[in-house]
Design a protein around this ligand. Structure first.
Ligand SMILES: Nc1ncnc2c1ncn2[C@@H]1O[C@H](COP(=O)(O)OP(=O)(O)OP(=O)(O)O)[C@@H](O)[C@H]1O
Ligand SMILES: [Mg+2]
Length: 134
């Protein structure tokens, strides 16, 4: 698998989230994802970008194109140095929110993608990596 040079974008506010959505859409189109897949990827990206801004105190997202033989994929890595998540099992549950959200962002993003991984350390931050293969 050969990851190309990732695009790294900041995530500090709603304007940044919009730019991430547009960049992810352009990459997904360029890779030839179907309209349905594009929508899934953009939806997952929006949820995680929003979490990075709202709970992580801002961060960055790396956008990578993956090539594995004839297979292509898109990988997005969201990283923040925020408060971290004390209970990941709870945070991944449908409907659980520490705020006033619907509690569907993390679980929804997991369902929409081929791969999903989350690591978080209280006091250090959170990293969520999602991949969608064609
Ligand atoms: N980057 C992060 N840093 C710290 N806590 C986070 C982060 N991302 C998610 N969380 C925690 O995990 C919980 C669940 O996140 P999830 O996105 O599933 O739901 P939500 O953001 O609360 O609501 P929704 O996304 O449906 O509007 C959040 O309420 C928050 O407590
Ligand atoms: Mg959320």
């Amino acid at each position: 698998m050969t990851p190309a040079t990732p695009d790294k974008l900041p995530l500090r506010n709603s304007g940044d989230i919009l730019l991430v959505r547009q960049t992810v859409r352009a990459k997904a189109v360029e890779l030839g994802f179907t309209l349905v897949d594009q929508t899934k990827i953009i939806t997952a990206a929006s949820e995680l970008a929003r979490n990075t801004v709202d709970y992580g105190g801002g961060g960055v997202v790396a956008i990578e194109t993956l090539v594995d033989g004839s297979r292509k994929g898109l990988r997005l890595s969201f990283e923040d140095q925020g408060p971290g998540i004390p209970d990941l099992t709870l945070a991944m549950k449908d409907g659980w929110t520490s705020g006033s959200g619907l509690g569907l962002g993390l679980s929804g993003a997991k369902r929409l993608m081929s791969d999903f991984s989350i690591t978080s350390k209280v006091g250090e931050g959170t990293k969520v990596v999602i991949t969608r293969w064609k």
